[in-house]
Every structure is written in structure tokens, then in C-alpha cells.
Design a protein around this ligand. Structure first.
Ligand code: ADP
Ligand code: MG
Ligand code: MG
Length: 902
């Protein structure tokens, strides 16, 4: 990152706005936005992410930064009428990290910067409160010592506990000025012994060190882990906010709180939040004292409460979305310290989007951007069976929905260890902190005994889409002995528990699960308009209708039989994009396939094919009937033939044993020879797909005949079959031409015999790099292309999926070689660019070429956006993912170009 001469690295809160998140980070951009809305924000300024990038690249702050900060600090001091850390009348500030996306693992905010042995006296005089000044100073040394100087935080915690213990009090507010003075002394000593230096007394040095520590925290392990999880690029950098202090710890007429403008679990409007009197900063979410519900503030301080309600309304109308906020009241004066568009559960996302449409705040296109396919997928998870016999042992706050079952574990380490060995675990903690992140990722669900809807566990779990019950106060969690006690019941490590993040209920043992109402709705078993339909189903129904109205991509299903096809249709499929025919060769039919493979003479072969034909035909008749009026793409046989034969080792043993008994089995012997003959080093790249059709006479024509006859039968029954015949694994147009000629002959013959005009389309999969590269030629013989992105990914990367996923993908993901497996989300730069070129070349040859995709990527949200963008006609995915694909196709079409879909 090079420095640009007239680059500006510092912005006053009055200079920024919410659109500058890249530059000012989320927190800084929103502080600026609130400032410009005229809300009471303590003045301050933001150091940009660009400054951070320079630091991360060169190891040093940009040369111009120091003077720029000085200039902004001067202006702030003038405005506040006091100087940073000045002995008699000090200005104090907080130093707060803030990247574009909020991220755990970044440096914790340091409050009260500017306090020193000298200015603590000044602060006491200024506030007329000695206790307050010393409390603020001890907080500074504690926070600064831990986060900036890297001193073990427990050393401070322990000293604080000891001080309370000595005085026989339980809460920090019961310590007086003299106690706190002693504590400051102890804290300073700890800093000296742990770091070998004195706690810095120079205010500007405190500030500069804190700023640098924020920059450094960008590359902390936890931040890196989170970025990988959330696919946040590693080079964005963080901004730093310097904000003049306001004090919630000035007595009972002061306090600090957090709030949501709506319930982040249900979306309902109301008063949701927590408040804590005489407290500073994180006290309210740290669970050190009992908070009160925000509604109580009306009684404690009506004026501030009314003002807060009004500000929340202003924010909702302005941001047109649910906001969460942090505020502090200093002696009856309300200050806004943060706002952002708040995290919410998947269900709330759908409900809020439709509520905002009804309120006229957003339109339908915008509503689509407020939900994601991932959220919809989450809503399709099963829930606990309400009628099951259960042993309820407790109840907490429903913090993040879902039904999670697993073995109880009481620390992050065990959670990770057990989950690696395939166990499902529930992480149970008194409360969580950023150190628990690994365990939270590993666990099925999280259960805590303390903290509310805004506690660390709740916020992080919602962000991860993980089930969470928090603040279950009746649980006594004993981490040391690895157990918890609930109303007399003891739950040991390893005991199975079930937690319901939608109700907050906690059960002992495994509770059975039932399908979600959203799935019941898609299945047509619940009607969105019915009186008893729940709010969520109604919201999903409306959003799906918006998506269907605007989307350009059609959505088809990968389905091989009538049952799957019917479900797919209920889920909104507009056809079948991939019917694999290989299952039609398994089970009882395997024997016929063996006969086909073992055939020595043409007669034997024809006999085997003749036996298969009526069975195949029947399959197709059923399928075409289920999908009447909609296209059905049937792929001719694809996998290598040995997959239909017995396992080589098993068969060898069988033959050897028979030999030993002198008991000849002619068939087994021939089979074994065939297995040897067909054995391949690299079956994925061997005799399969179109190659089979070309070397086994009659195989493909039998399949084509079955399709043609089935279609004719359906037409005669007044049906509307729309079959498309798809040839797999084509690498060159010649292969396709040969198969095509043979197929056309068969079709013409069936038409002549039945007197029915069939209009069967013939096309190919594009799943080899050569096919993609010569798509222009291939389109001469193909009426449609279907991109087989699974095989295309394998062949473009040279990956054998089954091998690489198991052996080294974890290492690749950890090293950040790719943020997500290319088998999950299409690799746009590599595989995607082949797709894009093939689309263009194919259409150049044949303008009405029909284009689709039938790899698993067809149901992946990010990939769906890509397929929309390159102009495919449809995506095809497994039946269960169809709603997700419909929604994402709608979101892609409604998305204003260039906008960030995150
Ligand atoms: P986080 O991103 O972890 O929420 P914040 O920067 O918002 O960190 O700060 C942590 C806590 O300190 C919050 O409760 C916030 O409201 C409070 N805080 C931050 N700056 C100030 C300030 N200038 N005056 C008073 N409280 C502050
Ligand atoms: Mg905050
Ligand atoms: Mg394939």
C-alpha cells in the first residue's frame, strides 16, 4: 500500500456519513451519520482504514498521520474547552476499533484515555466526585493494561475481586474512593511487573499506543478466524474512532444501556434493551451487575427515556431498518454512542422485511435485499416435536432459533476436540467471551446461564446462525467440575441435552425433531393465507412472491423419479434440469446390466438391452407424467460400467473360495474377467459418459428409444411431455454428432411407428474444459447446454473431489487459498470464466441455444447470482434447495447493480 501525498487520513464525525463504511468502518460511518442527523453524539474523529492499510503494509503509521491527528485533536479540545489529559480540567477520550464489518477479536475499546496521576485529581474536581474519578482511572489502567499492553486481564480481575472481598461487598459500586485509589496503585504495580515499564502518564502517548494496538488487532488470530468464516477479505483494514468521553458512572442519575428498535427474534416493534445505572461501557453486557429492562428507564429518567424513544424512531425511519444502539446517560443527559443496522434471526429478517414494506419504508425490491437464501435455508431446518415426551429441566432466553441436540461440554477446548471426532456437542458456559469462539463454531448450540439478548453468546450465535439459549438463570454451571446443576438435576459432561433457541427451553436427553412450518408451507400442507398460518409463513410467502415476480432465471430440479419430481414441483420447480438414469440400472436390474456387460455376441447384447427397455420406458412415463407440461432433461448413462459390477476384492475372494472347493461358477469367472478388464486407475477420467455410448453398441439408442416411446405414450394419453435428451461428458463436437445421428434415427423411427410428432430436444452437458473451449463448435450439434459444474470444477482444477475434500481441503481453507470450497460456491475466476466464454460462444453459433446449470452450484446463493449475471436461462438443484434458488434468483434480478449483497 503506497501513500498518496494528499490523502486524508482523519475525518471529523461531522465530515463522514454512513456510505463511507469502507473508509471509516461501520462504527465511524454511523457515528458520523448520527452526528449529521443532529443526534447527541459526543464529538470526535475517525482515523481511516487507509491509514491502517499503510501501517499493515509498512509496519509504520503514514508519515502525515501524526500531524493530522494533532490538528483534529486541537479542534476537539477547542470545542470542548479542555485539553486531553490536562491536569486541572482534563478532556478524556475513548479509542474504539471499527472495521467495515463488525468483527469479534478486534481490540476492545479503551475508555478514559487521558487520565494520569495528575489528571485524575482534575477529573475529581471537575465532576465534584472523587470516587468517580478513581473508578475511571482504575478502569483505564485495567483496559489499557489488558488490551494495549497485553497484560493478563485476570490479574486485574483478581485484584478487583480481592478488594471487594476485603471490604466484604459484592459489587464494584460499593467500593469507595479510598478503595479505588488503592486499587489503582495495585494495578499500576501489576503493569510495571508484567511489562517492565510504568503505566504511560503522557496522554498523547496513551492515545497513540491505543491507536496502534487497534491496527495490530486486525491480524489477531480471532479476527482472522472470523474473517475466514464470514468470507471477509483480509486486506480491508480497520478504522479507529477517537470519541470524547461521556460518563455513565457518575451516580444513580447516570447509566449505560443497549437497545434494539425491534425485537431481533420476532421483528415486533417495541422496547427491547437493557439498562444499568451508574455504569460505564461494557458493564451492561458483561453481567457484572443485574441490568434492568429498558422499559424501566421510563421510571428512572422519564426525560431521557422519551428522548431515546424518539431517537430510535428517527433512526428506524432514517435507516429504514432495525437498528441496534448503545447509549449512555450522564447526569440526566442522553448521549448516543453507537448505532448500526442490527443483526436478527432468519425468521425476523423475513418478518421485518414485510413489516417495513407495509409501513411504506421500503419497496419490494428492497425487501428482497433484506433477506438471504441462507436465512431461508435456516428456516427450513426441522424443529423439536411438540408432542414428544420430554424432560424439561430449565428455561432461558430464546436468543437464536433452532433445535440443537448434543452432548454437554463445558469448555471451548472440549467442544472442538469432541466435534472433531464426530460428536455433536452443546457448549454450556456461564457466559461466553471472545475466547469461546472456536467452541461456539464447533458446537451445535450454545447454552449460557447469564446474559440477555444482547450478551456476547446471543449476538455471536445469531451472527453464526447457531441455536442459542442464554441467561438460563436456574442453571448452575460449574466449569471446573465439568457439570451443571439445574433444580437438583445434575448434568455431567457427555450427557445429552436438547436446547430450543425459539422458546428458550432446555431439555435433558434427545428430543425428536419435526419439519419446520416453512417446509410445511412449501409442501402445500399449510396455507399462507389461512387464519392460523403463522406470521413467519405469511412473510415467507410474500417474499417468495416478490422473488418469483422479478426473477429472470428459471429454477429446475435435479430429480430422478416421480416422487422427487412431485416434491420439486410443489417447491416451485419449473422443470427437471437433470434426471440421472443410473439408478434405473441398479437394484433388481443389476443382473440385466451384468448380462449386457458380459455379452459376447450381438444377440446376447441385444437381448439384454431389450429386457431393460420396457423398464426404462416405464420410469420415463412416470416422470413425464409428474412433470407434465414442464421440460425434463434426461441424461444418458454417465458413470463407468464397473460401478454396476461387484466389488473387485469381494468377487476375487468369492471366486478363490469357489476354486478351493472345486466348485466352478462360470458366471462369476466371467464377471471377474470383466471387472479386471474394466478396472481403471482413474475412473473419473476413464470410460464413462458419451464414451460409453460410443463403445457399447445399442446402449444409448436403447435409452433414447425408451424416452421417445415414453413421450409418445404420454402424448397419446393427451399429456404434454417435454423431454430433452442430454449427452454427458462430451469433449468434442464429433462425439456429439455421432450420438446425435443415431438418436435422430431412433426418434424418427418411433415417430413413424406411433404416428406422434415428438419434438425431442438434443443437447449436451458442458463439463470438460475442452467442451467449454470449443463451445462454439459444439453448439452446432446441441440445442441446449447444461453446465455440469461439479465435473467442470474437478477437471478445471485437476481435483478428484472425493480425494481432495478428505485429504487437504482443510489445509487449503486454513491457508486462505480459497475462502470457500470451489465445489460449494462456483470459482468465478477459473471455472466461471470458462462458463462465461462458453455461453458467449454457444449463443454466437446458435442464438436460441438454451442454457442451464445442473451442478450442485445451482442451489448455492452466491453461485446463483453469478449464473444470473452470465445470462443462463435456468439453474437446476436438488428439490430441497429450490426455494433458496428461487429467492436468490429474485434477489439477483432485483439487486441494484454494483451493490454489496452481504
Ligand atoms: P464495541 O464495538 O465492542 O461495542 P465500543 O467502541 O462500542 O465497542 O465501546 C465499548 C463500550 O464503551 C460501549 O458500551 C460503548 O458504548 C462505550 N463507549 C465507547 N466510547 C465511549 C465514550 N466516548 N464515552 C462513554 N462510553 C463509551
Ligand atoms: Mg459498541
Ligand atoms: Mg458429470
Amino acid at each position: 500500500m503506497s501513500e498518496n501525498k494528499d490523502q486524508k487520513f482523519v475525518y471529523d464525525f461531522t465530515e463522514g456519513n454512513r456510505d463511507l463504511k469502507d473508509l471509516l468502518g461501520g462504527k465511524g460511518a454511523n457515528l458520523a451519520e448520527m452526528t449529521n442527523l443532529g443526534l447527541p453524539v459526543p464529538p470526535g474523529f475517525t482515523i481511516t482504514t487507509e491509514a491502517c492499510k499503510v501501517y499493515l503494509g509498512s509496519g509504520e503509521e503514514p508519515a502525515a498521520l501524526r500531524d493530522e491527528v494533532s490538528a483534529h485533536l486541537d479542534a476537539l479540545e477547542q470545542r470542548m474547552g479542555k485539553k486531553l489529559g490536562q491536569a486541572d480540567n482534563p478532556l478524556l477520550v475513548s479509542v474504539r476499533s471499527g472495521a467495515k464489518f463488525s468483527m469479534p477479536g478486534m481490540m476492545d475499546t479503551v475508555l478514559n484515555i487521558g487520565l494520569s496521576d495528575a489528571s485524575v485529581e482534575g477529573l475529581a474536581k471537575q465532576a465534584g466526585d472523587e470516587r468517580f474519578a478513581w473508578d475511571s482511572y482504575r478502569r483505564l489502567i485495567q483496559m489499557f493494561g489488558k488490551t494495549v499492553l497485553g497484560v493478563d486481564g485476570e490479574l486485574f480481575e483478581d485484584a478487583l475481586e480481592a478488594a471487594k472481598h476485603a471490604k466484604k461487598v459484592t459489587v464494584d459500586t460499593d467500593l469507595d474512593a479510598a478503595d479505588l485509589k488503592k486499587l489503582v496503585k495495585a494495578f499500576k504495580k501489576t503493569v510495571k511487573t508484567e511489562t517492565g515499564r510504568d503505566f504511560p502518564q503522557e496522554p498523547r502517548e496513551q492515545m497513540d499506543l491505543a491507536v496502534r494496538a487497534v491496527f495490530d488487532s486486525w491480524n489477531g488470530d480471532r479476527a482472522k478466524l472470523y474473517r475466514r468464516q464470514e468470507r471477509i477479505p483480509g486486506d480491508l483494514g480497520t478504522a479507529v474512532n477517537i470519541c470524547s468521553m461521556v460518563f455513565g458512572n457518575l451516580g444513580p442519575d447516570s447509566g449505560t444501556g443497549v437497545a434494539f428498535t425491534r425485537d431481533p427474534a420476532s421483528g415486533h416493534q417495541g422496547v427491547y434493551g437493557d439498562y444499568l445505572q451508574n455504569a460505564q461501557g461494557e458493564d451492561v453486557v458483561a453481567g457484572i451487575r443485574n441490568t434492568v429492562a429498558l422499559a424501566e428507564l421510563e421510571r428512572i429518567d422519564k426525560k431521557s427515556y422519551d428522548q431515546l424513544m424518539q431517537i430510535m424512531e428517527t433512526l428506524e425511519t432514517h435507516y429504514k431498518d432495525l437498528c441496534d444502539i448503545e447509549f449512555t446517560i450522564e447526569r440526566g443527559q442522553l448521549w448516543m454512542l453507537q448505532t448500526r443496522v442490527g443483526k436478527r434471526t432468519a425468521g425476523a429478517a423475513f418478518r421485518i422485511a414485510t413489516q417495513l414494506v407495509d409501513q411504506g419504508l421500503i419497496d419490494e425490491a428492497e425487501a428482497l435485499q433484506r433477506v438471504t437464501g441462507a436465512q431461508l435455508a435456516q428456516l427450513m431446518f426441522p424443529r423439536f416435536d411438540e408432542n414428544a415426551k420430554v424432560e424439561k429441566i430449565g428455561r432461558g432466553i430464546a436468543a437464536s432459533p433452532g433445535a440443537a441436540v448434543g452432548k454437554a461440554v463445558f469448555d471451548s477446548y472440549t467442544a472442538v476436540k469432541w466435534s472433531r471426532s464426530g460428536e455433536k456437542v452443546i457448549l454450556i458456559r456461564r457466559e461466553t467471551n471472545p475466547d469461546d469462539l472456536d467452541g461456539m463454531i464447533a458446537a451445535e448450540g450454545i447454552l449460557t446461564s447469564r446474559g440477555g439478548k444482547t450478551s456476547h453468546a446471543a449476538v455471536v450465535a445469531r451472527g453464526m446462525g447457531k441455536t442459542c439459549v442464554c441467561g438460563a438463570e436456574e442453571l448452575e454451571v460449574d466449569t471446573k467440575r465439568r457439570r451443571m446443576t439445574v433444580n437438583g438435576t445434575v448434568v455431567e459432561e457427555g450427557d445429552v441435552v436438547s436446547i430450543d433457541g425459539s422458546t428458550g427451553k432446555v431439555y435433558l436427553g434427545e428430543v425428536p425433531v419435526v419439519p419446520s412450518p416453512v417446509v410445511e408451507y412449501f409442501e402445500g400442507r399449510m396455507h399462507a393465507g389461512a387464519d392460523d398460518a403463522d406470521e413467519l409463513v405469511a412473510a415467507v410467502h410474500r417474499i417468495m412472491a416478490y422473488a418469483d415476480r422479478v426473477r429472470r432465471l428459471r429454477v429446475r430440479a435435479n430429480a430422478d423419479n416421480a416422487e422427487d419430481a412431485l416434491r420439486a414441483r410443489r417447491f416451485g420447480a419449473q422443470g427437471i434440469g437433470l434426471c440421472r438414469t443410473e439408478h434405473m440400472f441398479l437394484g433388481e436390474r443389476r443382473e440385466m446390466v451384468e448380462k449386457l456387460i458380459l455379452a459376447d455376441t450381438d444377440e446376447e447384447r441385444e437381448e439384454a438391452l431389450k429386457a431393460l427397455l420396457p423398464l426404462q420406458k416405464k420410469d420415463f412415463v412416470e416422470l413425464f407424467e409428474a412433470m407434465d407440461g414442464l421440460p425434463v432433461t434426461v441424461r444418458l448413462l454417465d458413470p463407468p460400467l464397473h460401478e454396476f459390477l461387484p466389488d473387485i476384492t469381494e468377487l476375487s475372494v468369492r471366486v478363490a473360495l469357489a476354486e478351493a472347493r472345486k466348485d466352478h461358477n462360470e458366471n462369476d469367472l466371467r464377471l471377474l474377467q470383466a471387472v479386471h478388464r474394466l478396472h481403471e486407475q482413474n475412473p473419473m477420467l476413464g470410460l464413462r459418459g458419451v464414451r460409453l455410448g460410443l463403445v457399447i453398441p445399442g446402449l444409448f439408442t436403447m435409452q433414447v428409444r425408451a424416452i421417445a416411446e415414453a413421450a409418445a405414450e404420454r402424448k397419446n394419453a393427451k399429456g404434454d411431455p417435454r423431454a430433452e435428451i442430454m449427452i454427458p461428458l462430451v469433449g468434442t463436437v464429433q462425439e456429439l454428432e455421432i450420438v446425435r445421428e443415431e438418436a435422430e434415427e431412433v426418434i424418427a423411427e418411433v415417430e413413424a411407428r406411433t404416428g406422434v410428432e415428438l419434438k425431442l430436444a438434443l443437447g449436451t452437458m458442458i463439463e470438460l474444459p475442452r467442451a467449454a473451449l470449443t463451445a462454439g463448435q459444439i453448439a452446432e450439434a446441441a440445442e441446449f447446454f447444461s453446465f455440469g459444474t461439479n465435473d467442470l470444477t474437478q477437471t478445471v482444477w485437476g481435483f478428484s473431489r472425493d480425494d481432495v475434500e478428505a485429504s487437504f481441503f482443510t489445509a487449503y481453507l486454513e491457508k486462505g487459498i480459497f475462502g470457500v470450497s470451489p465445489f460449494e460456491t462456483i470459482d468465478k475466476d477459473g471455472v466461471g470464466s470458462l462458463v462465461r466464454n462458453a455461453v458467449e460462444a454457444g449463443r454466437a453459433t446458435r442464438p436460441d441455444l438454451k442454457l442451464g446449470v445442473c451442478g450442485e452450484h445451482g442451489g448455492d446463493p452466491e453461485s446463483v447470482h453469478f449464473f444470473h449475471e452470465v445470462g443462463l436461462d435456468y439453474v437446476s438443484c436438488s428439490p430441497f434447495r429450490i426455494p433458496v434458488a428461487r429467492l436468490e434468483a429474485g434477489r439477483a434480478a432485483a439487486q441494484p447493480s454494483g451493490s454489496d449483497s452481504r
